[in-house]
Design a protein around this ligand. Sequence first.
Ligand code: PLP
Length: 231
Amino acid sequence: MIGENIEIVRNNIRKACERVGRDSSDVTLIAVSKTMPYEMIEEAYMFGQRHFGENKPQELRDKNCMSDKKDIQWHMIGNLQKNKIKYVVGTACMIHSIDTYDLAREVSDYALLHGEVCDVLLEVNIANEATKNGFTEKELMTQLVGLSNLKGIRIKGLMCVAPITDNAESNRGYFRHMKEMLVDINSQNIDNVFMDHLSMGMTDDYEVAVEEGATLVRVGTGIFGRRNYNI
Ligand SMILES: *Cc1c(COP(=O)(O)O)cnc(C)c1O
């Protein structure tokens, strides 16, 4: 089932790329394995999946410890508290969820202390939802220079979690705006800031996100099935 699902999602990504004239090799599928047992990750691995997303620092660390697959790339996609930075820096290939300057500075400091530079994305609260984390557009624009001066992080792009909806089209405008922000930021020629990545799109809206320029899509349910949070 997991193999079939991965094939379906990859195909949908290819088709979305074709519709807008993008090269599908520019889009990376991240299989969001949060709450799923490690065996399911191994199954996905057998079908060629290498990028996995986790939203809890300890879970990411534990699954990495369990794994003998050295070419798995772990993405930290969930809310990150400062005291848990230690679980992900050096283990995750990228932190998608940098949502305040303070967190960025703490990650940078920790990374520098351990001789690392950590790849990160800046999370944008694209629909200004009270329940969501992330920089507002205004905060992002005013804090960008400060963020770019942090030596222990490399800012690789932007990430958003779009509103929950059963109509993917209703998120198209948000995804389009994310791309516009990326282009705008790159045109400002800020030292050390050139961003390639847009992490956006989940099970319900990843095809629209790809049409609008996503380079990293985060699909959980569409690959592993529904999550059970009561176990
Ligand atoms: C859980 C999660 C996903 C995957 O959601 P699905 O709807 O299951 O595809 C993507 N991004 C983030 C940040 C998540 O927490």
